[in-house]
Design a protein around this ligand. Sequence first.
Ligand code: HEM
Length: 324
Amino acid sequence: MNRQGTGYCFGLHLWSVLTAVAAMPLLLAGGTVTTFRWGMVDDTWPTSPWYLLANWSEAVARGIAFVAEHGHRQLGWLVGGMTLVLAVWTWLTSRQRSTRLQSILAIWCVLAVGLQGLLGGLRVLYEVPIGRELAMLHGIVGQVVFALLVALAVSLSASWLAGATVAVHGRAKLLRLAVLTIGLLLGQLVIGTSLRQVGGRTSWPIVVHLVLAAGVLFHAILLYVKAQMLEPVAYRWLRWPSFWLAVLAGLQVVLGMGAWMLGAGDGGVSREISPERALVATSHMLVAALLLVSAVVAVMRIGHQLVESAPVRESAAVAVGGRP
Ligand code: HEM
C-alpha cells in the first residue's frame, strides 16, 4: 500500500517494527549472559545459524549457561537476517520516497548488526588479552543497533512520511535538550558497561555514573515539562517519547540503586549472582536501551515534525519554555 504518493508501505513498516521488536529479546539474552558471566561458556566461533536447534539435546545436557549463550547467538542470527531483508526491501522501494534517509539508516543498520556479530565472535576468540574491552564494545554497540532499528522503523511510518510540520517557538532549544539527553545516555552506556566489565562500584566510575544519572533525570523531566507546554497539535509528536523518557529515567535510577545495593558493578568479581541481582541488573540494562530509544524518537520527531515559527507578535506565538 502506497499512501497518497508518500512512499508509505504497510508491509515494509510492519517488517521494520517486527525487526526492532525482535532486537529486544536479543538484548535481554545478551544482558542475561553478561549478568551471569556466561560469555565464555563455549569458545567456538563462528557457529551455524541452526547450531542450537540442530544440537538441542546436547546443548541441554551442557547446561543452562550453554543454552543461554547459544540462544543469544541464535537470536543474533535471526535479527541479523531480518535486518538484511529490511535493508534490501528499503532500498528496493527507495525511489518511492522523497528522501534518502531511510536508505542511509538501512545501511547503518546492516553495518551495525554485522559489527555487533563480529564483536561478539571476536570477544569469544580473543578472551585473552582483550576480552573485556570487546565485551564492553559489544554491550555499547548492541544498544546502538536497537536505536538504529527503531529510528528506521519510525522513518518508515505513515506519520513520518506524510511529513506534516507544526510551527513552534523554541524548537531549537527543545532539539538541543533532546540531543543532550542522547549524549548523557551514551555517556551512561560507556560508564555502565565499564562498571559491568571492569568494575569501580566504590570508586570514581560510580561517582561519574551517579552525576550523569542526575543529568539524565533532570533533562528527561525538563523535556517532559516543555513538551506539556506545547500546543496540542505539536504536543502529539512528543507525547509518548517525552512521557517514556521521564518515567523510564525515574525507574532507571531506582533499578541502578537496587543493582548497586545487590553488589553489581564489580566487573565480574562475584562468582555467585543471586536471582534478585540478575533480575535488577539485567532490567537496568534493558531500561537503558529503552531510554536511548525514547530520546532518539524525541529528537527525530522534534527535528522532522516541528519547525521554528517566524518571530511574530508575542500574543500569536506558541511558546515552548521561553519567550518568543
Ligand atoms: C538514568 C540513569 C541511569 C542510566 C541511563 C544508567 C545506565 C546504565 C547502563 C547502560 C549500564 C550498563 C548496562 C549494560 O550494558 O550491561 C549501567 C550499569 C550499572 N549502573 Fe546504571 N544507569 C543509571 C543510573 C544508575 C544509578 C542511579 C545507579 C546507582 C548506583 C546505577 C548503578 C549501576 C551499576 C551498579 C551498574 C553495573 C551493573 C552490573 O554490574 O551488572 N546506575 N547503567
